[in-house]
Design a protein around this ligand. Sequence first.
Ligand SMILES: *Cc1c(COP(=O)(O)O)cnc(C)c1O
Length: 434
Amino acid sequence: MDDGFSALPPFTASATGADRIQPVLLEAAERLRDNYPYFHPLYAGQMLKPPHPVARAAYALATWVNPNNHALDGGRASSAMEKEAVAGIAAMFGWAEFLGHLTGGGTMANLEALWVAGRLAPGKVTVASASAHYTHGRISGVLQLPFESIPVTMDGRMDMGALEQRAERGDIGCVVATLGTTGTGSVDPLPQILRLRERFGFRVHVDAAYGGYFTLADNLAPETRAAFDCAGQADSIVIDPHKHGLQPYGCGCVLFRDPAVGALYKHDSPYTYFSSKDLHLGEISLECSRPGAAAVALWATQRLLPLVRDGEFAADLAQSRAAALEFVERLRGDSRWMVPLMPELDIVVWAHRAETAAAVSELSQKIFDRAAARNLHLALIRLPVRYFPQLLPDDGSGTVLCLRSVLMKPEHLQWIHQIFDLLSTIVGECLTPD
Ligand SMILES: *Cc1c(COP(=O)(O)O)cnc(C)c1O
């Protein structure tokens, strides 16, 4: 990279010496020990996984130049790489002509999609399922768009009867279909939502921030597959490379099927001087300065691991899903455990059997705490008590606290039996009076 700038007269950058940097870095490293071991297969809790080494290296390399993907003047190479990387993502959904760019994350990406929907249908209501990410309600508040929730069925998917009934009032502007809810990985029935679009004319926005890459996996259930297969018919799609795309945080992506929505972003900035007629990503993004390094990291990752169905990247995703299926099989084959809903992606929710909702909740908390003490890191989620028809709903909360694991790392598949056995030991400890 340096050789590309060798025509410049040499100079020495003013910077603090390594002798002073080292102790600070050592201190930072020590501070960073105060984290769960997200990189380890025994971390089977929230949506966290390490970025790919090529992404980390490419990101660090790019920071030596520190390009800004706002205007082309700020980062020519990294802007070109962003366009190529985003085109690779769009191609997963069959889009060759589209408008899209990277964002700081799924929240900003969804904000842009809902903003466009709001501009195209002013005053109309945005709806998402009750299990959609809470960000949609909050974003709608920021954008001052009316927002409503649609109930979900027992499989965690948007209730189509309820959506149809709501749509008949004629004021829905945009339906958010979540392909992979954050809590349970449930996939909304997109084919049916698209059929309702024909009747009611609303926009369909697909929030695939978590689940988007699973379109490449070869081991989805037929209904899940059907939803991903028609994602390309949506009006906009959000996907987070910093979730399943092996990227460091700070990398979301929004895609629009109709490039004409770019006109909505129009601005006339006296500060940013656009030096060419090529597309400036800053002209189609609500965020101004954006890290070119994020684009370089994503581009490098996709160069190494192309987003194709028969590639290494897809095989790793399929392994995460296989881990979830394997785990559920162990849980369902053991009368101690209850699995309220089948995983559609790689997120498993389960709970230990007990008589009452309150007893199940208490056990979940106990198992969660004990597991952490044994280096097995799980997550917790509250589900409505109706997911457990066999329980007495006694604590008045109407919910049951369950255990939850996001099995995002391909290594999880090899570790599932060890995790299951460790869990059995932990349960034994929890059920033995101290
Ligand atoms: C994570 C997530 C978001 C929010 O994205 P951030 O990258 O955390 O800002 C939105 N929707 C879904 C479905 C998600 O999983």
